[in-house]
Structure formats: C-alpha cells, structure tokens
Design a protein around this ligand. Structure first.
Ligand code: SF4
Length: 354
C-alpha cells in the first residue's frame, strides 16, 4: 500500500494536507452555526476525540457573523460550507475562516466567483470544490440521460476547477462524493489521474451508525488502500463524534494512523473459559480516556491456542485460561491473574507505557 504523494500541499489554517502528510480527519457540526456556545462545545469535544478539521454550514448571515466568535474559542481549522450566495463567502473570509467549501458553478455570475477567488488568494484560503451525486447540474445530467454517472461527476468537477483557474486560483481541494461506493471509488480514481489537487474523500449519505459505518469503511478502505485521500470525512446519521471514532479505526486498520491505542480481540470459541466479550468491550471503553502520541496495541485473547502468539505481537495482552489470564508485555509473561483483575491489569500496563 502506498500514499499518492504527488498531491499539491495545501495549508488550512495551522495544518497542511497533501503530499506525503498523514491523512487528516474531519467532521461537521450538526448544530446551528449561530448557536455559538453549542458549536464550540461540539468542536471542543471532537478535538478531544482526535478530529483535525471541522466544518460548519453557513446558510445565512447569522451563521457567517458567528465565524470569528467560534474561531476564537477553538484550536483547529474551521471550514465554512456555503452554497449559492457569494456574499456569505466574503463575510466568512473577512472573519478569519480557514477554508471554504463552495461549488463556484452554483454562483452563476463570473464576477462574483472572481471576487471570492481574489479574496481567498489574498489570505491564502483554500477552496474545496465539493461535488456530490445529489447535486449534479441539470445540464450535465441531460448529457447522461438524466442519470448520475462517474462521467457526470467528473464533468462537474472540471467545470468548477476551470472556473477557479480562470480566476487565477489554484489553492483547491477536490471531493466527488456519492452514496454509491463503487461510483465514488471510480470517480476518485479517475480524478486523481487528471489533477494533483489534494483529495477530500468520503462516502456521502452513507446511512445510520451501523450501516453507514460498514459502507464508509468499505469505500474509504478501498480508496485509502489505493493511496487516495489527503483528508477524510466519514458521513453518518449520528453524533459527529462517531464519525471521528470510525475514521480513526479505519486509519488504524490500514496502519495509516501512527498514534493511539488499538485493541485487538479474538472472536471467542468453545475453548474460551473467561468472558472475553465483556473484557474486550470494557478495555475498549477504558482506553478511550487515555491520550497518547505513541502507538500501543493491546491483545485480548481467549485462550493459549492463538492467545500468547497474538498477545506477544502486541505491546501488552492477555491470554485467557480457566477463570484466569496470563498477562504478556513485550513478548514476556509478566503475571497470572484472576479473571476479574484482567481489565485493570491491562489498563495499568498501558498507563505505564504512556
Ligand atoms: S484465541 Fe483461543 S478462544 Fe479465542 S478464538 Fe482463538 S482458539 Fe478460540
């Protein structure tokens, strides 16, 4: 697996995306943007969960007027999601927004598009062209018998990129989201052959927590494995904190996240003589409270058949016995303890490593 490294590097506030940089995780607030207190509270919670970039919708002036007030209270870059109204974009730029998501084609007047591009150029603010399968232009759809196709998505991107390039604007991030996984994958692959702009990847309208997590994991997993994606957003009909948790798990599963705690656990079988399901769930819950820049792997295994082998591969682990467990650390058995002491023992060992 490789990461496409020839993407342009783009600065979003105090972070960069593109090139060989780690994939940045983003999410979007699901409270009204003019409700500053709630927005800030949600962003701070997501910061704590590991989000790198947050986006808010800016449907009206009240929302645009809130941008500087929100920015003053958070520590990560803020993106404004704007449609149709160029004035809202200008208001956000004036108030220190770090990136704008807008489809210039929605703003019919070229002079207005130019105005946004000029202001963004002055302040080095990138623009994401966010094409979505649900909002392909009617004129483009006509060309494809009214159907959304990969070609239709690509046409939308090209039109929007051309508009910005005509304004001497090149500080661009691209996304082509579809709720259809295969369509999204194909579209991202094709666009990566045409432009070297960084890619914001995602499967849009993926669904509720369970089904959306599966769909997002499959789609984003394929893209990331192909080396595509500089920043990612999991879209779930759920609390945005779930989007960040899932994004981190996806990156961890592909060895693309270099820090954090990974818990692996066996599926249990007839050989299991301790309650591995309960222990694994409890360990996973408890590690959420632990913050570390290191990468730590915990193995929770039911028995000595595969247990010690897997547990030795991990930084710390347990292999269950009959109502007891062998705790391993750096490949060595360090102690044998009773079942009810296993969770605390594993957490204590992890804390020592942090
Ligand atoms: S580690 Fe042991 S208990 Fe767990 S699935 Fe494998 S054989 Fe069964």
């Amino acid at each position: 697996m490789f990461k496409r490294e020839n993407t342009k590097r783009i600065k979003i506030g105090n972070i960069e995306i593109g090139g060989s940089d780690e994939i940045k995780i983003q999410s979007m607030c699901n409270v009204k943007t003019d409700n500053i207190e709630d927005v800030v509270k949600q962003i701070l919670e997501l910061e704590d969960a590991g989000v790198d970039i947050m986006r808010v919708s800016v449907p009206d002036e009240k929302a645009a007027l809130s941008i500087d007030k929100i920015k003053n209270k958070i520590h990560i870059p803020l993106v404004a999601d704007i449609h149709f109204d160029y004035k809202l974009a200008l208001m956000c730029i004036e108030r220190g927004i770090d990136k704008i998501r807008i489809n210039p084609g929605n703003i019919k007047d070229f002079e207005k598009i130019k105005c946004i591009a000029n202001e963004c150029n002055k302040k080095n603010i990138p623009i994401r062209i966010g094409v979505n399968s649900g909002s392909v232009d009617k004129e483009i759809l006509k060309k494809y018998d009214g159907r959304v196709t990969v070609s239709a998505l690509l046409d939308m991107v090209k039109i929007n990129v051309d508009l910005l390039n005509k304004c001497d604007f090149d500080n661009i991030v691209l996304s082509l989201k579809s709720s259809n996984v295969t369509m999204a994958v194909e579209a991202y692959k094709k666009i990566s052959e045409i432009y070297n702009y960084p890619l914001h990847i995602g499967i849009t309208e993926a669904g509720t927590l369970y089904s959306g997590s599966v769909k997002s994991s499959v789609g984003l997993g394929i893209l990331l494995y192909e080396g595509l994606g500089d920043t990612m957003r999991v879209s779930l009909t759920a609390n945005p904190i779930e989007e960040v948790k899932l994004a981190k798990e996806i990156l961890k599963s592909l060895n693309l996240l270099k820090s954090g705690i990974e818990v692996i656990s066996c599926p249990t079988c007839g050989r299991t003589n301790i309650n591995i399901i309960e222990i694994a769930n409890e360990v996973e819950e408890r590690v959420k409270e632990l913050k570390t820049k290191k990468y730590i792997k915990i193995a929770v295994m039911g028995c000595i058949v595969n247990g010690p082998g897997e547990a030795r591969e991990a930084n710390v682990g347990v292999a269950g016995g009959n109502g007891e467990g062998l705790i391993f650390k750096k490949g060595e058995i360090i102690k044998k303890i009773r079942e009810e002491e296993i969770v605390n023992a594993l957490i204590d060992e992890v804390k020592k490593m942090i």
